[in-house]
Design a protein around this ligand. Sequence first.
Ligand code: SF4
Length: 324
Amino acid sequence: MVLMMAPGGTEEMAKAVLDEGAEAVYVGVMGWSRRGSLFEMSDDQIRRVIDYAAARGKEVRIVVNTMPSSTEVPMFIEHVRRYSDWGAQGFMVSDIGCMRLLRDLVPAAQVHTSVGCGITNVEDVRFLAEMGATYVVLPYRLSVAEIAEITATTGVGIEVFLFKTPSGGKICPGKCMMSSYFSFKRELDEHGKDQFYGSASRGGDCLRVCQTPWQLNCGGTSLIEDLTIKSNPALWLDELPAYLGAGVNCLKVPGRDRSTELVRGLTRLYRRALDRILASDHPDLTDLREPLEEFRRRWRAERGQRDTRLIGQAETYAADARAA
Ligand code: SF4
């Protein structure tokens, strides 16, 4: 069994991906996920998505992948109990203490590690399995051979993103803490939870400072101009049979902060690809390459729009902080 999970950045998107063949949808709780509030849901919306999925025999994963402070842990417990009582089958978490807590609170829950866990090697996977993970998500850059070793020796579910970094990235997914340093605005929400705008690990959308050109200066001397520190991941397809052959059993369609139409199309395409691979030892994916190329183009265009919006916000927050 291979679980295909797709994003529900909005209620409309969540319903669309379930209609297009995802077995599960992942949705972020307002203020508790590594995305901004535009792509998180209120409790009413989450409950409607859970009911929609249940009526179709599908599942919901709740994204609570911030790193809560001790004062926020009671709120974390409340959230987890509530969504579990409503029928959510699983959760996506980063914080290892909360992961263990979750396993105790809801023993039957499917626990997915978030990219925020920052896996580097097979020992990290083993550790997270011991902490209670059902599925461990791998970073984008592992080879098929490395994945095969992990699946053969750990016995835990293995999840991969359907996008990966081509080459040359200097940042390990999940290990970047830069967003914490560029969080200029902080306030309590209506539930008494701290909101750090700009900090992915504390529940705000990262302001994507890695996407601007950087300069390296030392003692007033400029050493490097226009330094690129992040290479962006791209959607992939042809490697899929090899990854499944290596034992991967959960595929994650990305795009919680993309448009519903783009994510709907991607889910449909990957559903077709997965069905063919599961039905044949020699699946023909040729006719899917051209549509994928078009999706890649739209993916890049939407990423550019998102980054411009977030970097603009960073400039506004910084100017406000300077003026205060
Ligand atoms: S600064 Fe870039 S690499 Fe770091 S968390 Fe933000 S988007 Fe990710």
